[in-house]
Design a protein around this ligand. Structure first.
Ligand SMILES: *Cc1c(COP(=O)(O)O)cnc(C)c1O
Length: 371
């Protein structure tokens, strides 16, 4: 029997190998063109993403983190403002809110979806609330209808952090176009990953789109005329050209992820493992396949011994991070998040996984649980 292929958490090289000719051709086209900053590749890619998500505008920027930052800059968020968001996610949301001088106001999560619990949101809204940033974590959509209703009532814009959820939908509508703006990351390990850093903001609002376009190039519309304070956060032309190739495969790759997730679900059937919940209102794109286990650390230790990679996203809640202590809250403030942090375990998930690998991963977890 041939040996099993080594298991990777993500397999960016394996994916590249399959589309190598097209990717190389796109990269060489840009290198030969001399158009390295903005230009046709960037604007075409912006249009293609906008079309894919069914929104009017896409504004490329340098990363998902910058997408969040420039979105808030476009809304004029700054000192003294509050932004309602989740404590259970990557640091970028909290970091950019605080960088702009605003304060993150956390809302605990729903234990099944791991996303901000809309029923707890109303209590977090004050006169100072300038935006709500839900995060579609792991590729599962946030329950948007109650959020949109509350946001409209208070006239507060929603910025969707869809860094892990490009292509996911909510009640048949792609995420990104539900709120006022959507923020995308093309970090290499994301479902649509570049060969470096890249990001984008999408919106249906023409005035915000125009402002965003200025903010990402030093607040300028005409070169050397600066109308507002901006930053240098452009989407690299080389990345845009390669991402254009990959975008053609995204739906197929989402299907491959979903298929792998369904196989994991079947293999775990009848065990004590809490498999990912897929809410009836959304289509999960499985950026992560995240299970819950009471004895998570013991199982993780066993997986390390077996050389099976895994991830813990995220090991520290944002309300207890040192860097963000100005917005910190004591332990016990967000009990659902705090228990998730002790129990979540993300398994290898990518488009190149095979059945034999998945069976080995699941069997190893089941063995570890019996110990
Ligand atoms: C990856 C990610 C980001 C940041 O994206 P970068 O492109 O790495 O800056 C922000 N939010 C979430 C939820 C992410 O997963």
């Amino acid at each position: 029997m041939p040996e099993m292929k080594p298991i990777h958490m993500v397999d960016v090289v394996g994916q590249y190998q399959k589309i190598k000719t097209e990717i190389n051709e796109a990269a060489l086209r840009v290198i030969g063109s001399g158009q390295y900053i903005l230009g046709k590749e960037v604007s075409e890619f912006e249009n293609e993403i906008a079309q894919y998500l069914n929104v009017n505008h896409g504004i490329g920027c340098a990363s998902g983190t910058d997408a969040l930052m420039v979105s808030m800059m476009a809304l004029g968020i700054g000192q003294g403002d509050e932004v309602v968001t989740t404590p259970f996610t990557f640091a970028a949301t909290t970091e950019t809110i605080m960088l702009l001088g605003a304060k993150p106001i956390y809302v605990d999560i729903d234990p099944k979806t791991f996303n901000l619990d809309p029923s707890k949101m109303e209590a977090a809204i004050t006169k100072k609330t300038k935006a709500i940033i839900p995060v579609h974590l792991y590729g599962q959509t946030v329950d948007m209808d109650p959020l949109v209703t509350a946001a409209n009532q208070h006239n507060i814009p929603i910025i969707e952090d869809m860094c892990q959820a490009i292509g996911a939908d909510y009640k048949g509508k792609k995420v990104g176009g539900i709120g006022t703006m959507g923020c995308i990351s093309f970090f290499p390990s994301k479902n649509l990953g570049a060969f470096g850093d890249a990001g984008m903001v999408v919106t249906n609002d023409a005035a915000l789109a125009e402002k965003l376009r200025m903010i990402v190039v030093h607040g300028s519309r005409v070169r050397y005329e600066h109308e507002i304070i901006g930053v240098n956060s452009r989407l690299d032309a080389l990345q845009a050209a390669m991402l254009r190739v990959k975008l053609h495969y995204l739906d197929k790759w989402i299907e491959a992820r979903r298929k792998a997730a369904m196989l994991y679900n079947c293999l775990f059937a009848g065990s004590d493992v809490v498999i990912p919940y897929e809410a009836p209102y959304g289509r999960h794109v499985f950026h992560q396949y995240t299970i819950r286990l009471k004895n998570r650390d013991q199982v993780a230790q066993y997986l390390s011994e077996k050389k099976i990679p895994y991830g813990i996203y995220y090991p520290i809640s944002l309300h207890m991070q040192k860097a963000y202590s100005a917005a910190g809250k004591p332990k016990g403030t967000f009990p659902i998040t705090e228990s998730a942090i002790d129990e979540v375990l993300s398994l290898p998930m990518h488009t190149e996984l095979d059945e034999e690998q998945q069976k080995f991963i699941v069997q190893s977890i089941l063995d570890a649980m019996k110990k």
